[in-house]
Design a binder for this molecule. Sequence first.
Ligand code: C2O
Ligand code: CU
Length: 460
Amino acid sequence: MSFTRRAFCAGLAGVPLARAAWAQEEAPRLTARAATVQLAPEGYPATEVWSYDGQIPGPQIRAPQGSRLSRRLVNALEVPTTVHWHGIRIDNAMDGVAGLTQDAVPPGGRFDYAFDLPDAGTFWYHAHTNSMEQVARGLSGALIVEESTPPDVDRDEVLMLDDWLLDPETGRFAGDFESPMMRSHAGRMGNLTGINGRYDFSLTAQQNERLRLRLINSANARIFVLRLEGMTGWTVALDGMPLARPEPVTAEIVLAPAQRVDLIVDVTAEQGAPAALLSHAEDDSWQALAEVTVTGRNSRAARGAPAPLPPNPRMEVPGVTGAQVRAMRMEGGAMRGMASGRFEGQDMDFQQLVQRGQFWALAGQVGRGDAPFARYARGETARIRLANDTAFPHAMHLHGMHFRKVLANGRQGPMHDTLLIMPQDSAEIAFVADNPGKWLLHCHMLGHAASGMTNWIEVA
Ligand code: C2O
Ligand code: CU
């Protein structure tokens, strides 16, 4: 099953996404509903998706830092759903985790989300009820929180990277969302990649133009490995949080599911020369995920390295050295398996777990149990050692708070809300547990999360 990539016709490129209307008094609606969208190349059938407001991806939400965002979720699907606002240091009641922070919204129901936006940056929103299937079917969108003083760029572009597993004959989503094969291996990998709902996404730009590219990986399981062609770039933020110092992009950019990276890039290619965001494909080739058509030359002189973005509040993680380290072993899956795990209050061996469609454990716990992995007093510094004892990479996401990686020499890495941990590797994360509530800690390969790799912490 594969799609032929068609040459893109230049005229449609570079249409900026409209700014979402902003209303203080009456919550604008976000309607989860079925829609038919042309995801596959023209000539192939269209796809029945589950969408927000009939679009793939959902509408781009933009709001200023420090403001309050409100949306009324209207559920016009035939299944219950909720919305999670990924990466927002949010009020726990608004976190959107069905069964933990709210009840799922039934078909025909609605839920009013309203919360403050303390941090500027690139975030996203997605379904968090049966998210393995709901996100794969299209329920996600970008959430951009704007700095009061934006950086000196000519344009700001949001690029939602995704992949879809489609049957080219029917256009329908292919395969079984519960597939044990996918759950126990790398997850649901698509056969068609794209950006902003387009397999042939492209931009036009001028030479010397400076763009802010906000990359969001909304795929279920795919780790994008990216390169810039015809552009010079700097990484200015990860998972929405500014780096203290922009870092030149000299190597490949690895973007795990749910991660974001903000780049500031200068278009260096001359008119007609190739420029693109390239993605590493399964067959080892580099494919243009976003083609950039250079149409002319900007009169501005080259600008040199960009200034750092203004920091967000509470980015420091003090008291790390004194904090107790709690170990979270990640185990299970194909190839390695595990001896046993605790599922729905019972200890089971791997065979019993597999019979229940469960393949993974975090600290011996298979799926979200009744008791949290850890309880923290509000304001306490938390430190967790995540050890990947499986044969697969995992993208570990903490809700409600950002964390930093604790580096070998006691220094701290940049802030993240989602961290990729390679097989047989481990990472120690630290954060200030300053946001009260019940927060998930799970793998963002959503098939893994659905088959055991979900745990949680509580901040009292
Ligand atoms: Cu973006 Cu619990 O996830
Ligand atoms: Cu995983």
